[in-house]
Write a protein that binds this ligand. Structure first.
Ligand code: CUA
Length: 321
């Protein structure tokens, strides 16, 4: 199996990737063959029938040639029918989900991916799947059209609002693969990237367990700090005071925040909670109402942990102010 890829193709990481590649390779070489034949003929005719002498000689052109016309109709017909049948078989293989597939929900929104597993575990920007098992993906979007694109698996499927898209894959070996958004979806489209982590069956079960009990035994601030990165907060809210798509979280907790409607509010626990679960309720002055809700993504104790973490970001700065 090709695990490294080559000049043209990325590594092959799913069971149907080699079939997609074979079809693509055939098409490429077939096109190359006809390019050579057609351009060869053009160049030959240009030289063979170039103008010689001052007065060109005129000949009556042949009206038609039945044998030649049949040949150049039948051969392409056979070729395209052959390609149609081949392509259709690969298409069906990629689109008919095996019965025993493990179903994972994929939700796209500006500008991150979230995944919901069968027992309710969730992850953001990292899809964790067991190796050697068909995975069914139920794709949807909360806002605009995004596209779930994993080159190593040869998967590219649009995610649409108010509709489910279905696709599947089976990873052939343990490892990591890049995930991209392949549909222009706004200013942070290019940052809408993630990973697919293929693990052993045992590791997958362990991961599900630790994910369900994540944060247990951790101080809330520390758990919050992890969530801040793993749930994608960091993508828009910097920690060093630099404004991004959203305000930096440095020193925000406990401070007075100016809102777009001219009023202001103290950033306490309730404000932070509301801003995570209902981001459009209070918009900070100078920013756009673009933050998505985290209602189904974060559990209560995770919201609490994030609040605890934000508090530590204010303690550090109060002495300096
Ligand atoms: Cu989402 Cu581009």
């Amino acid at each position: 199996m090709d695990t490294t890829g080559n000049l043209i193709l990325p590594p092959s990481g799913s069971t149907y990737a080699p079939q997609v590649d074979a079809l693509l390779t055939f098409l490429t070489y077939m096109s190359l063959f006809f390019i050579v034949v057609i351009f060869g003929a053009i160049i030959y005719f240009v030289i063979r029938y170039r103008r010689r002498g001052a007065e060109p000689e005129y000949h009556r052109a042949p009206a038609h040639n039945t044998a030649l016309e049949i040949v150049w109709t039948i051969i392409p017909l056979i070729l395209v029918l052959f390609l149609f049948v081949w392509g259709f078989r690969v298409y069906m293989r990629m689109n008919v989900v095996p019965k025993d597939a493990l179903e994972i929900q994929v939700t796209a929104q500006k500008w991150f991916w979230s995944f919901t597993y069968p027992d309710g575990a969730t992850s953001v920007n990292e899809l964790v799947v067991p190796v050697g098992r068909p995975i069914k993906l139920l794709l949807s979007s909360r806002d605009v059209i995004h596209s779930f694109y994993v080159p190593d698996f040869r998967i590219k499927r649009d995610t649409l609002p108010n509709r489910y898209g279905i696709t599947w894959f089976e990873a052939t070996q343990v490892g990591e693969h890049d995930l991209f958004c392949a549909e222009y979806c706004g200013s942070k489209h290019s940052a809408m990237i993630g990973k697919v982590r293929v693990v052993s069956d045992r590791e997958y079960r362990e991961w599900l367990e630790t994910s369900a009990t994540a944060g247990e035994g951790l101080p809330p601030e520390e758990f919050g700090e992890r969530l801040y990165t793993s749930r994608g907060c960091i993508n828009c809210h910097s920690l060093d005071g630099t404004p991004g798509n959203g305000p930096s979280m440095l020193g925000v907790f406990g401070s007075r925040v100016q809102l777009t409607d001219g009023t202001s509010v103290i950033a306490d626990e309730n404000y932070v909670r509301e801003s995570i679960l209902e981001p459009q309720a209070k918009i900070v002055a100078g920013y756009q109402p673009i933050m998505p809700t985290y209602q189904t993504i974060l559990r209560d104790e995770e919201v609490n942990a994030l609040i605890a973490y934000l508090k530590t970001l204010s303690e550090q700065t109060t002495t300096g102010e």
